[in-house]
Write a protein that binds this ligand. Structure first.
Ligand code: CAO
Length: 555
């Protein structure tokens, strides 16, 4: 009997809505106890959530970019050796808390102990704040030097235990007078880190008063050990025992939160930077050297062999421009849908070798038929659209060319035996792709009604997640707007998408003369890893034939 464990985000102190920056496992993975499942990163701490048990990952409930807080379900695990263990008789209380994971404490500004220095300037002793149960935590990086002017909240040093990486920020703005620790020292709560000459030196009293507020400690995080809750059956609830550092256990970039933030500001992917700090840690200087290398061309040269061997992209950092210098501007945050669809489109554009095959379909007769149908059914309230015919025509082409109804899964091609066709819908908040399920089993009227309902739900922001899932192939119709041809981006893991532009009357040579025909431009983008060019041309030619004579849809 297998035991299913729900792994949730453990107590992470005062932190809420922390972004998941990396999911480290996938369904089917066999994992060890304590193996990191995912990495969370706030602007002050990077933390990994480890597995409370060994087992097989059944389901992952979050993805990179989600934000999570304590108690959020992240992974469902089938515990290893569960069959061998006796079923618990009753709900067990969590075992004694494991180590308190309190990166949040480090994130709080440490208590500045201010004292009036000669000449009226305030000398502030900056100490390690409450970092929960941690003691003897190694200093792995010192981000400032004597004489530096620092801002309030600027990182001063980075500590790294075997549970978390934490930056200690400055309690206030000022000048670094003296540094009392060095890399490799071990520190605990209250250890003197450095002496700061407060920027508000003329008002030492204010600095002193600020101390208790600034020192407000985060709640120590008590992460319970897995708790088996059972009624003789198979279900168990568990929380991860503690938070651990990702970098130490994985071959990913080893960098403190402040260095990651710095890298993000410059558009640098830390995974591409070589760390020269202790244990290969990436420092701010490494990021600077990387940017200099890219700008001077040196890094491009160094990366060339990797690129030649199929390595990573070697892109320049994104240009950072102060647009306000050139005229008035109005900056607005992107909508949630735009952010999500943008990230998906970007990945698909970069990862899929797209090719677009253009074709013209003569829809003169089909359009006449559509107009006639709508006249006959005026009272029914259902308007037959070109999109509904296109969906049926695509089903016919998908049946004839099954590789368009496939998805890549590692070295396997998964051929789907069902025909779910998605269509891009333009909404005030951005692009969404609702899916008409089992389009092969539905008639044109039914599909017309369904696409109209789905498009309305999309525009009203009421589409449910399952209405956007399960697609095999997509259509992006700009026919109501205009255009001739375009390159639609494939909606991965699908391998094809049909772009449709506005039909127009064109002179067509019939062998004896030019005749006016209504021509619909079709642009079929396909994943060239899965579909060959000849097959794509056949798919598009078949579509054009079906649209020219819709009786062929039955063949
Ligand atoms: N050629 C000429 N006219 C067309 C046409 C075509 N290919 N397709 C639609 N039309 C006409 C319709 O007949 C309709 O005319 P009437 O109002 O006179 O009946 C008008 O254009 C408006 O159609 P529509 O676009 O609103 O409706 P639709 O069913 O064709 O499409 C939907 C629905 C949801 C696909 C559409 O509203 C939409 O959102 N399109 C944008 C998709 C998009 O953004 N794609 C880009 C994604 S990025 O790759």
């Amino acid at each position: 009997m297998s035991q299913t464990i729900e792994i949730k985000v453990p107590d992470i102190g005062d932190y809420k809505d922390i972004p998941v920056i990396e999911v480290l496992v996938k369904p089917g993975d066999v994992i060890e106890k304590e193996q990191s499942l995912l990495t969370l990163e706030s602007d002050k701490a990077t933390m990994d959530v480890p597995s409370p048990e060994a087992g097989t990952v059944k389901e992952i409930k979050v993805k990179a970019g989600d934000t999570v807080s304590e108690g959020v379900l992240i992974v469902i695990l089938e515990a290893a050796g569960a069959a061998a263990e006796p079923a618990p008789q009753a709900e067990q209380k969590p075992a004694a808390p494991a180590a308190s994971a309190a990166p949040a404490a480090a994130a709080s500004a440490p208590a500045p102990a201010a004292q009036a220095a000669a000449g009226g300037s305030a000398l502030i002793e900056v100490k390690v704040p409450d970092i929960g149960d941690y003691d003897g935590v190694p200093v792995i990086e010192i981000a400032v030097k004597v004489g530096d002017m620092v801002e309030k909240e600027q990182s001063l040093i980075t500590l790294e235990s075997d549970k978390a990486t934490m930056d200690v920020p400055s309690p206030q703005a000022g000048k670094v007078k003296e540094i009392k620790v060095k890399v490799g020292d071990s520190v605990g709560e209250g250890a003197l880190i450095l002496i700061l000459e407060g920027a508000a030196a003329s008002a030492p009293a204010a600095a002193t008063q600020a101390a208790p507020e600034a020192a407000k400690p985060a709640t120590a995080a008590a992460a319970p050990a897995p708790a088996a809750k059972d009624t003789g059956a198979t279900h168990a609830l568990a929380q991860a025992p503690a938070i651990v550092p990702g970098a130490g256990r994985r071959s990913i970039s080893h960098a403190s939160p402040s260095v990651r933030k710095f890298a993000r500001e410059l558009g640098v992917d830390v995974a591409r930077v070589n760390g020269t700090g202790p244990k290969g840690r990436i420092t701010q200087d490494d990021i600077r050297a990387f940017v200099k290398g890219v700008l001077s061309g040196a890094t491009a040269t160094a990366a060339a062999p990797a690129a030649a061997g199929g390595g990573e992209l070697n892109l320049l950092p994104w240009p950072k421009i102060d647009f306000a210098k050139f005229g008035p501007i109005d900056a607005k945050p992107m909508s949630r849908i735009k952010k999500i669809s943008g990230a998906n489109l970007h990945r698909n554009w970069v990862m899929i070798p797209h090719v677009t095959n253009n074709e013209d379909a003569d829809i003169t007769d089909l359009e006449a038929f559509r107009v006639q149908l709508n006249k006959e059914n005026e009272k029914s309230g259902v308007k037959v659209t070109m999109l509904a015919f296109l969906i049926k025509a695509c089903v016919s082409a998908l049946k004839k060319h099954p590789s368009f109804n496939a998805s890549l899964d590692g070295d396997n091609l998964v051929f789907k035996q069902y025909f779910n066709v998605g269509f891009a819908a333009d909404t005030p908040n951005g692009l969404v792709v609702p899916v008409v399920k089992n389009a092969d089993k539905k008639g044109v009227f039914e599909i017309a009604q369904e696409t109209s309902d789905l498009a309305k739900a999309a525009r009203d922001g009421k589409l449910k997640p399952d209405q956007m899932q399960g697609g095999c192939f997509s259509i992006s119709s700009l026919g109501g707007i205009g255009g001739t041809y375009f390159t639609p981006i494939i909606n991965a893991p699908e391998v094809g998408i049909l772009g449709v532009c506005r039909s127009s009357m064109k002179p067509v040579w019939d062998g004896k003369q030019f005749v006016p025909r209504l021509i619909l431009p079709l642009s079929l983008s396909y994943d060239h890893r899965v579909v060959d060019g000849a097959e794509a041309a056949r798919f598009n030619a078949h579509l054009a034939q079906v649209l020219a004579d819709f009786r062929r849809v039955m063949l």
